[in-house]
Design a binder for this molecule. Structure first.
Ligand code: FES
Length: 230
């Protein structure tokens, strides 16, 4: 009895000291666990049924060329959408260019020639401003006839205004002034306003043609088509 107590006391002290516990009496001996894995089983043929470290390493190793193939797949994933976007943009821009070619921006200018009514509709001594906005022309009725002044300042091309109270044309840009005849008398304008061709049409109406202009400084106001006698 005292021997059993001594044995139990010995086991307890050994466990406290971190020693491996002794196998109970009568049980098979304990096999220590190998952290590297189970021990290979030896087959009857004498060969092991486990994979050796060399074979395991060769299996885990990626086949040659696997990484470049993966890189290619990643590249294609990024490059394809970018390529399609660029292709679509190029197609869209060429479509726009084609549309602009087929339907160009056309600048619609007012007609150069127009009929301005019958002579009897004008009052002597008046500047008719009805045609300025649509055709850029004033028609002046004098006692002996008509002339058409082009509403473009001879300084830098602004459009002067007719000031009836002051009996003159005045340019809002730099202050040039023109008499009712179109002759410049103040401001930087270097020469008189230009006159347009004015004749009677077949139907008796006044016909003004801005494509034919007459300049006073060139003596062109003497041209019979620069003044319509009444
Ligand atoms: S453009 Fe008319 S005064 Fe300068």
């Amino acid at each position: 009895m005292s021997d059993e107590k001594d044995a139990a006391a010995g086991d307890a002290s050994a466990a406290a000291a971190g020693a491996k516990p002794a196998a109970p009496v009568g049980s098979p001996p304990m096999t220590p666990i190998d952290p590297a894995g189970p021990a290979p089983t030896v087959l009857p043929t004498g060969k092991s049924n486990t994979i050796g470290p060399g074979i395991r390493a060769s299996l885990e190793k990626k086949p040659a060329g696997a990484e470049p193939a993966e890189s290619r797949r990643t590249f294609m994933k990024v490059a394809l959408p970018v390529g399609w976007v660029a292709f679509s943009a190029a197609c869209a821009s060429s479509l726009v260019a084609t549309a602009r070619f087929l339907f160009p921006n056309v600048l619609f200018e007012p007609p150069q020639a127009f009929k301005a009514g019958f002579p009897g509709e004008y009052n002597v001594g008046e500047v008719d401003t009805r045609w300025k906005d649509a055709f850029g022309v004033w028609i002046v009725r004098e006692a002996d006839g008509f002339y058409a002044l082009i509403a473009v300042c001879t300084h830098l091309g602004c459009s002067p205004n007719w000031l009836a109270a002051e009996n003159k044309f005045k340019c809002p840009c730099h202050g040039s002034g023109f008499y009712r005849t179109g002759v410049n008398f103040e401001g930087p304008a270097p020469r008189p306003l230009e006159r347009a061709r004015i004749v009677l049409a077949d139907d008796g109406q006044i016909l003004v043609d801005k494509s034919v202009k007459f300049q006073q400084e060139k003596g062109e106001w003497e041209n019979p088509e620069s003044f319509l006698k009444a």
